[in-house]
Design a protein around this ligand. Structure first.
Ligand code: ZN
Length: 149
């Protein structure tokens, strides 16, 4: 597992981190597997969606704001209750396949760090798992026992 650092530029934004995630996948040396991303923050999240038209990210942020307005009244009085709600709506993790040593996103897809209470220094944990290691432990043990009785 490695950590990617993200400096978010404003209070609420979607930062495209696809290049950083792709670099982490390349460094892992995994050819075929899964890239798991996790954000250990309660007022941020991860989104995989279109980056070709920036209006998509803008629409997403605006609709989230309509669902949980920044200036509404909440029980949580730290001033960032809306950010906790938005974080819960988008989720703290994302998974994408790794094929041929690369992050196998769709043509129009990008990985975004979703900031709802910035600007801040944030982190994303990236874990790249090889499909070759995804065998059931019982099967592995049984095979080893047969090989070394
Ligand atoms: Zn809070």
């Amino acid at each position: 597992m490695e950590r990617i650092r993200v400096s978010t530029g404003s209070r609420q934004c979607l930062e495209d981190i696809t290049a950083q995630v792709s670099d982490a996948v390349r460094r892992s040396g995994v050819e075929d597997g899964v890239c798991h991303l996790f954000v250990s923050h309660t007022t941020a999240g991860l989104v995989i969606n279109e980056n070709a038209d920036p209006a998509v990210a803008r629409d997403l942020l605006e609709k989230l704001e309509a669902l949980a307005p920044s200036d509404a009244r909440y029980h949580h009085t730290e001033g960032n209750a809306h950010a906790h709600i938005k974080s819960s709506l988008v989720g703290q993790s994302a998974v994408a396949p790794v094929a041929g040593g690369r992050l196998a996103l769709g043509r129009w897809q990008a990985v975004f760090f979703a900031e709802f209470d910035g600007p801040r220094e944030r982190e994303v944990a990236v874990t790249v798992v090889s499909a070759g290691r995804a065998e059931a432990p019982a099967e592995v043990l049984s095979r080893e026992r047969q090989a070394n009785p």
